[in-house]
Structures are given as C-alpha cells and as structure tokens.
Design a protein around this ligand. Structure first.
Ligand code: CP3
Length: 385
C-alpha cells in the first residue's frame, strides 16, 4: 500500500486521500504496513501530544479529539452505515477501520477513537441487546433479580478476534496518531442491563443497588472483568491509550459512588496491570465526584462542561491531567461564540497538569462537521508552544 495513504497528523487535509469517500484502507488479504517510525519510537504514537499531555509532559500543542467524533455528524459515516445495524458494524473490521479513520482524515484530530460501543462486550458474550436508532441500547430481558445476575454470560476473549483485527489494522494505518481504545464502566453498563434501556433517573438501578447489595457487587465485578477483557484485547493489539466511560455515574452521591461503584471501576484498571498506556476516566455530571474519580486509577480525568477546568483541577488534585470540556451545544452557536468558548477552555485548562482538549460530552448529531474542523485548527493555533 502506498505510504501516502497513511494518516498523519501533520499531513494537510487536502492531501489526504479518500476524504469523504469510502476506501477500504487495509484489505484483509494485504498485510498491514508497519509505521516507519514505529508506534513506540521517537515521533511515534507514544511520543504524541496526546500521550504526553496524558502523562503531564510538555507538549508541542494542546492535543484535541472529540468524544463521538466517529458518527452521525459525518455524512460519510451515514453513507457507510446505511443498511448495517450498529452492532453488526461494530463487529466488521473493514467498517470499524474506515469509520474510525474518517474523523482523523477530515478534522486532523490528535487521536482516533475506536468505532465500537460500550455495550458490545455484552452482546459478544450473548446478552440479547440491540441499539435502537435514535434511542440507544435496549435489552430484551433486563436484569431484575439476583438469579438474573447469576445467569449473565461471561465474555470469552477468543470471541474478540474481530476487535484485535480491526485495532491492528488501525494502528498500522494511523502511524504516529494514537488510537484510543475504550470500554463502559461497570456502573454505566449496569444501568442499561437493569433499566432495559436508556433512562433519566436510573431509579431501578439504584433500587437494586440498595436492595441487593451482594448481587449488586457480583454484577459490577462481572462487568468489571468483561470491561478489562475488552480493554486488554485493544491494548494488546496496539491501542495507545484507553478511556473508561462511566457516563451516568453522576446520578450517584459521592458516598454511594465511593462505596458501591468506585472499587469496581478500579478493578477494571487493575485488570490492565503491566500494560503501560494512559488511562482516561470520564463521566457526565460528576462535579461532586471529581475528587474520587481519579482514585479509580486514571491518569486523565474527563470533565463535562458544568465545572470549569481550573476548578476541576483543584478538585481532582495535582497528580492527574484533565480532558474536556467545551459544551457540545456551543458548536451549534455562532462562530464568535465558538471561538470565545474555545479560548476560555484552553485558558482554564492551563491550571491542569496536562490538558487534552475535548467536548464535555459527545458530538451532537446535528453538529456541522466544518465547525469541528475549525475547532481543531483553532486549538492547535492558539496552543502552539
Ligand atoms: O466516536 C466515538 O466516540 C467512538 C464510538 C462510540 C460510540 N459509542 C458509537 C456509537 C463510543 C465511544 C460510544 C460510547 C458509548 N455508547 C457511551 C459512552 C459515551 C457517552 O456518550 O456517554 C454510551 C452511553 C453508549 C451507549 C449508546 N450507544 C448510546 C446512548 C447511543 C446513542 C443512541 C442514539 O442513536 O442516539 C449508542 C449508539 C451509538 N454508539 C451510535 C454511535 C455512532 C449511533 C448509532 C447510529 O449511528 O445509528
């Protein structure tokens, strides 16, 4: 495969091939081309600004990527996904590779995030679950009793070959651009299993947590084991960093989070022992939990838009970097507002040990992709050291 088809952070976007079109970048029959730099060498992914910021080292410029950058804001994504169910797409290495690369080519972000979903390990293990378009994950038989917890299938790592294949191809294509692997944290996955679908209050989840503390502990331990398996496969195939999404942990009090949830999130990170990749830990509405969230074992704490990064740095403490936290809704506003808010986030981010620029939650589907590209350029321009 010609070398100029590889995605590099310093390649002008107009020179990148296949922008907006689907090219299968690494057909199965063709061996992946290894990075000439080597992902771990100088100038490789391990020396990227994302990894440097995550470890609190000096950067050339503030790294930026967006949660949900691969997805419905991109017309090329919608074209590629047409006719394929979300969870089928996640298990097709060609689609995973191409969808993951789309936003890297288009926006010039400093990291790729694997195209997958937090519920995928459950599906692969055999839980009857689908992602309903515009709704989210829906579980056919929600977990409502202690017996339901004990009947959940375990995740066998050898069912994740498709994932290792996709990650291996991606890492070869990405060269010096790091790939972020991810998993859902035990609490957030438990909310989908127990509620049966998306929910606002997560009342059934909390009721189960209070009423059945032992079964709750068993459920979260099993989800932690499956998240760790899912992450190990991604790291061992070459992912440079991982993010653990505890999207809905913000519905808990700090006391309940500390006692009934945090030990299980920590178990996920403990399950990665011996694998030296930065760990990012993110949740929405976690202002009151920020002092605790890093304790699960994160190098980087993800912050939503509710708490300014300078205040978040104070709450998280000195030993960790921050990721965030532009309100995704700001991207729907006028250009002067976008620019002002980007500057504010960058300024407040200087209080942190290291700053990875991101949104405070995922890209909204109605976002103009041109605005995302503009934000990447602006962050880079304003932060060049
Ligand atoms: O670009 C990326 O961030 C990588 C891919 C990614 C997806 N889901 C793809 C996806 C990631 C990191 C996730 C994580 C995820 N999935 C989370 C944690 C992040 C967060 O948003 O808090 C959660 C809670 C889920 C569960 C889930 N899956 C929801 C709530 C939805 C949205 C439902 C909808 O349609 O509004 C999904 C589906 C989903 N996951 C889509 C994508 C691109 C949309 C599917 C489609 O294109 O039809």
């Amino acid at each position: 495969m010609p070398d100029d088809r590889r995605v590099r952070p310093d390649t002008p976007r107009d020179r990148l091939p296949g922008l907006g079109a689907w090219t299968v970048v690494s057909p199965a029959a063709e061996p992946a081309v290894p990075s000439p730099e080597g992902a771990a060498g100088p100038g490789g992914a391990a020396d990227s600004d994302l990894l440097r910021a995550a470890r609190g080292l000096p950067v050339r410029r503030t790294p930026v990527w967006f949660m949900r950058q691969a997805g419905r804001s991109l017309p090329e994504y919608r074209a590629l996904r047409a006719g394929t169910a979300m969870l089928d797409a996640c298990q097709d290495p060609d689609l995973v590779t191409e969808i993951t690369l789309q936003p890297v080519r288009r926006h010039g972000v400093d990291a790729a995030i694997l195209f997958s979903d937090i519920v995928l390990p459950l599906v692969v293990a055999g839980v009857d679950l689908e992602i309903a378009p515009g709704v989210g994950p829906v579980v056919a038989s929600p977990v409502r009793t202690v017996a339901d917890v004990d009947a959940l299938p375990d995740l066998e790592p050898d069912r994740l070959d498709f994932l290792a294949t996709a990650v291996g191809r991606l890492v070869a294509e990405l060269g010096a651009t790091p790939l972020i692997g991810f998993a859902g944290a035990p609490f957030t996955l438990a909310t989908y299993l127990i509620e049966g679908g998306p929910s606002k209050e997560h009342a059934r989840t909390k009721a189960f947590m209070y009423a059945e503390p032992e079964a709750w502990g068993r459920l979260l331990s099993r989800l932690a084991a499956s998240a760790a398996t899912f992450l190990r496969v991604q790291i061992d195939a070459g992912a440079s960093a991982v993010q653990l999404f505890d999207s809905w942990a913000g519905v808990l009090s700090a006391a309940d989070y500390a006692e009934r949830v945090l030990p299980h999130s920590r178990a996920v990170f403990d399950g990665l022992a011996g694998r030296d990749v930065p760990r990012i830990h993110f949740g929405v509405g976690t202002g009151e939990l920020l002092p605790l969230i890093g304790d699960a074992g994160a190098d980087v704490v993800g912050v939503d838009w509710r708490v300014p990064l300078d205040e978040a740095a104070r709450r998280v403490g000195p030993g960790r970097s921050l990721q965030g936290n532009l309100d995704p809704a700001v991207l729907l506003a006028d250009r002067p507002t976008v620019d002002r808010e980007v500057r504010r986030v960058l300024e407040q981010g200087r209080a942190a040990r290291g700053h990875v620029f991101n949104l405070g939650h995922g890209v909204l589907p109605e976002t103009d992709p041109g605005v995302l590209t503009h934000v990447v350029d602006l962050v880079h321009r304003l932060s060049t050291r």
